[in-house]
Every structure is written in structure tokens, then in C-alpha cells.
Design a protein. Structure first.
Length: 214
């Protein structure tokens, strides 16, 4: 695969709500402060150390992209977010090889699944399930329980390495029960951490990595 098909046009998804309207990204620096960002010392370093080698990189819920801004560049990168201000910020950054797509990350993965292969890494750091958080209004666009289940099903069907960040939640536990689990203190709090587990893609039969950081 020579590259990932991209589009700067918004991507619709029937399970997702509308996109935040209005405003610009001028003067906004999401890199310095973003809810749930992996900017804390020790957090981003550990996460980067868990990434398998890859030529292409996808973040369907990019937010501040703490890992992307610190990792070695891939040959091509696609970042997706439903928040138009976040995507405007990424387009202003204009990082080499990075295409910013305004739209639904789940819809993008479903639409482009056939373009992903063993040389592509998908790092997924979605808004965590509301039941796992004390604050329920952190992002312009949250995910419902139904959307989390759709996301899990989508990720498990991808023929490429996948990393997922989140908090422990029954549906994640059930869907990812074959992945190994460890515990680590990241960002000042104890979180369970699943490290890479070798599995087989139903599409290609080739071994792919699955990892969840909870």
C-alpha cells in the first residue's frame, strides 16, 4: 500500500451527532492543554515505547495528538476529529506528511478499512465511556455507549496493528478479553494497561498487534 486515501471533506456517520458550528482555531493552542491528552511526563514516553514499527499512522480521535507530535514521523499520517476547531488547529500546524480530516473517526475507519495493512498503525484514544468518568462534559463531541460498541467492533475487524486508550469498562473487557493486561501508574493515577498481544486478522490471516491502554 503506497498511501492512505484521505479527504478534507466532513465525513457523516448516522450514529454520531452534529459537528460544533462556528469559530476558528486562531489563537487556540490545543497542544498545551487538552482534556484526556497524553502530554504528562512519563505517559507519552511509555505509550510511544509500546508502538510497533509502522510506515503509516492513523489517529481517528486525534485531539491534541500528544503522541503524534512527539513520535518519529511516519511516511504518511491521517488524523481525524469531529471538532472543527481541533482540525483547524492541525491544519494550521501543517506538519509534513500529516493530513487532517474533519469528520467521524469511526466512519473513517469503516470507509477506509480496506486501505489499511500490517504496515499501518491505528492509535485510538476516543472520549472515554461516560460511566467511567466523573466529568461528563469534556468534549464538544462525546461517544455514546452504542458508539463505543461500534468502535470496538470496527477496531477488532481491522487488518492492521491497533492501540486503544481508555478506562476499564465492561464492553471493552469483553471485546478485548484475549489481550494481556498489566497495571501501571500513568499521569498520576493507577490505570490498567494491556500490552501488545499477537492475534490474527480475519481479513488477511497475517499476525497483527492489538493493544489497549486503560
Amino acid at each position: 500500500m503506497s498511501g492512505l486515501a484521505t479527504s478534507n471533506q466532513p465525513e457523516a456517520h448516522t450514529a454520531a451527532g452534529g459537528v460544533a458550528a462556528g469559530g476558528t482555531a486562531e489563537g487556540v493552542d490545543y497542544g498545551s492543554r487538552y482534556p484526556g491528552g497524553k502530554n504528562a511526563e512519563g505517559t507519552w514516553q511509555w505509550l510511544l515505547s509500546q508502538m510497533p514499527p509502522h510506515a503509516r499512522y492513523v489517529e481517528p480521535f486525534v485531539g491534541s495528538g500528544a503522541l503524534l507530535r512527539r513520535k518519529a514521523p511516519a511516511l504518511s499520517t491521517v488524523v481525524v476529529d469531529r471538532d472543527v476547531l481541533v482540525i483547524d488547529w492541525w491544519r494550521r500546524l501543517a506538519l509534513p506528511g500529516v493530513t487532517a480530516v474533519h469528520g467521524c473517526g469511526i466512519a473513517w475507519l469503516i470507509r477506509h478499512a480496506d486501505e489499511l495493512d500490517a504496515d499501518t498503525l491505528v492509535y485510538c484514544d476516543p472520549p472515554y465511556p461516560l460511566a467511567t468518568r466523573t466529568k461528563t462534559k469534556l468534549y464538544a463531541h462525546e461517544l455514546s455507549d452504542e458508539q463505543h460498541r461500534l468502535l470496538l467492533g470496527t477496531l477488532l475487524s481491522l487488518p492492521c496493528p491497533v492501540m486503544v486508550s481508555g478506562y476499564s469498562w465492561p464492553d471493552y473487557e469483553q471485546a478485548l478479553h484475549r489481550w494481556h493486561r498489566h497495571f501501571a501508574a500513568l499521569g498520576g493515577g493507577a490505570r490498567s494497561v494491556n500490552v501488545p498481544s499477537l492475534s490474527h486478522s480475519r481479513r488477511s490471516g497475517r499476525p497483527v498487534y492489538g493493544e489497549v491502554v486503560i
